[in-house]
Every structure is written in C-alpha cells, then in structure tokens.
Design a protein around this ligand. Structure first.
Ligand SMILES: [Zn+2]
Length: 138
C-alpha cells in the first residue's frame, strides 16, 4: 500500500514539475499554432536542447529565464545583494554556454531565436518575433 501511495505521489510531483516547465513553451507553441507553423519541442537531438525547433526553415527557439540567463536591463534579472560574486559567476557561466550553443547551432544551419520569459505576455510581440525568426517576414 505504501508503495502504491508513494508511486502515486511521485507521479503527481513529476507532472507538477513537467507542467511548470511547459509554461513558456506553451505560450510559444500557442503562438506558432496560431501562425500555422509546424514545430517540435524539447529537441534532445540538438545542441543545447532548444525549447522549440522548426525544421523547415531551420529555427531553434530558446525561452530563457531572465534571472538565470542574465537578461540585460531586465528587472527580473537583478541579482541578490548577498553572495553577489557567486550569482554573478553562475549567470556568467550560463551566458557563456548560451553563446557557445548559439554558435554551434548556427554552424549547423539554424537561425537561433532567444526569447526571454518576461516577453511572453505580449502576444502580438511574440507572434511578430516568431514570424521574423522563421523568415516569413522579409
Ligand atoms: Zn527579462
């Protein structure tokens, strides 16, 4: 009985984790569906595992959390006052990795679109941004 309960509890926790991770992806996916653009999610086969991938034309979309990826000039990206050097080093490492991933994907023929989580609420902007990334706009 305990085993069943814990298994159930585990799966409840796991689905909570999953749904919290799909928030930004859902916003981008909904915008792409509205535009009639084919896409896939969590592309494990690609460098950096982009959140969204368009295969034709080749576009990799990342939705970055403003804090962890250091969104410049964004209120959500301000670092805590304490352990400043620790946080700075962490965010800097993430940014360096993001740049390396972008370079490698571009070499493989992908256009890389980086979206920030703070930008997703503006649906008009998001649609325009995705269209531009997919070269549907000149
Ligand atoms: Zn931001």
């Amino acid at each position: 009985v305990t085993d069943v309960f814990s298994r159930r509890k585990r799966s409840a926790i796991m689905s909570a984790v999953r749904s919290s991770q799909t928030g930004p992806e859902r916003a981008v996916g909904a915008a792409l569906r509205e535009l009639g653009v084919q896409f896939r999610t969590n592309a494990n086969d690609l460098e950096g595992c982009p959140d969204i991938v368009l295969d034709e034309p080749r576009v990799a979309v990342f939705v970055h959390g403003c804090f962890w990826h250091g969104h410049a000039g964004c209120a959500r990206a301000s670092l805590p006052k304490s352990r400043r050097s620790f946080w700075t080093a962490k965010v800097t490492a993430n940014r360096m990795r993001d740049r390396a991933v972008t370079r490698r994907l571009r070499r493989q023929g992908y256009r890389v679109a980086t979206l920030w989580s703070c930008q997703l609420k503006n649906r008009t902007w998001l649609r325009r941004r995705l269209l531009a990334a997919a070269r549907y706009l000149s």
